[in-house]
Design a protein around this ligand. Structure first.
Ligand code: MN
Length: 339
């Protein structure tokens, strides 16, 4: 599914006028926040609007930004939801559905018009204008096209924020979402002056000692289920101690993802409320989105998530059974005559 020219034109025509709110998903990652900040900056430069950028949270209160993301250019402008006006235009970035805004989903009901920009396959995204393309490597890729169509240059804070989203969602240009278009956009942003070394260090390479110790704890807790699942669990208190926000654990699950005996990696984060938030990553190529969907979540074929209030052992068992069922059949041995 690709976005048609009339859809792009409807979106650029609709992106005008205040009050406007750009909404990013709960437990923000670099794609949602980078896309939101880049779009807001481009709209200001084009003198189309001065949007408030806001990040969803379970209770609709001000979300705590992950430390790394708080250093993206413009992140300091993220608005306190208490200061929000009912928007004439709401732009939702990188959300598969209104539930990803948590306590801020009222914005979707109350805004006069809603523009939905996303690359999740789940569909179900409402919106008067929908820019939804599951083939896009990142929502940042869609925002980049929108910025171009508004006649704004892809440089400065716009470029840095878009690169942050692109490089994160493609797994540093290593996941299956790494298309020629994604690499070409990366090249364009680097040519425009993005500080690749500084941004990579900020997003991936640098960590505080407490985070290193947390990684150790997650690895010590890791279990390998013979059905092809490597999994571990971390408590909210441990994340707090390491100064990590709930959405800031991609680095941890990426370590689980290196296990060659497993088809799929699962990191369970246990909130104080008892709710379990699961991050699923495919290792062998098995599709994990439907496993997350069976628990009320969603995402991408190779990376998905869910939130559920259930017993930890039950959740692990359900995922392990799904992995066993999804396992690619062993290919038949080549006929002897061909050897
Ligand atoms: Mn994304």
């Amino acid at each position: 599914m690709t976005i048609t020219t009339p859809e792009w034109e409807r979106a650029t025509a609709a992106l005008r006028g205040d009050p406007m709110v750009v909404a990013c998903h709960m437990d923000p990652d670099a794609d949602t926040l980078g896309s939101g900040l880049a779009l807001a900056e481009a709209l200001r430069r084009a003198r189309r609007a001065s949007p408030q950028v806001v990040v969803g949270s379970p209770d609709g209160e001000a979300a705590r930004l992950p430390r790394r993301l708080g250093q993206l250019p413009g992140a300091a402008q993220v608005a306190d939801p208490a200061s929000l006006r009912v928007p004439a235009t709401l732009v939702v970035v990188d959300c598969s559905g209104p539930d990803r805004l948590g306590g801020l989903s009222w914005l979707v009901d109350q805004a006069a018009q809603v523009i939905w920009i996303d690359h999740h396959r789940d569909g179900g995204a409402p919106g008067d204008v929908r820019l939804v393309d599951p083939e896009a490597a990142a929502t940042a890729e869609l925002v980049a096209e929108l910025v171009r169509r508004m006649g704004v240059r892809l440089d400065g804070a716009v470029a840095t924020n878009l690169y942050a989203g692109l490089v994160t969602d493609t797994g540093r240009f290593g996941h299956g979402s790494t298309t020629p278009a994604a690499l070409e956009l990366g090249a364009e942003l680097v040519a425009a002056g993005v500080d690749v070394v500084g941004l990579t260090r900020l997003l991936f390479a640098e960590q505080r000692f407490a985070e290193l110790r947390l990684l150790g704890a997650v690895l010590a807790e890791a279990r390998l289920d013979p059905r092809g699942l490597v999994w571990s669990v971390v408590d909210e208190a441990q994340l707090d101690e390491a100064g990590l926000a709930f959405g800031e654990t991609d680095g941890l699950v990426d370590h689980l993802r290196t296990v060659s005996e497993a088809e799929c990696a699962l990191l369970l984060k246990r909130r104080r409320s008892g709710e379990l938030k699961g991050s699923l990553r495919s290792i062998s190529g098995v599709e994990v989105r439907s496993m997350a969907a069976a628990l009320g979540g969603g995402g991408h074929d190779q990376a998905a998530g869910f939130s559920v209030t259930a017993d930890l052992d039950d959740v692990v068992e359900r995922i392990a059974q799904a992995v066993a069922a999804a396992r690619a059949p062993v290919p038949e041995a080549a006929p002897a005559a061909r050897r």
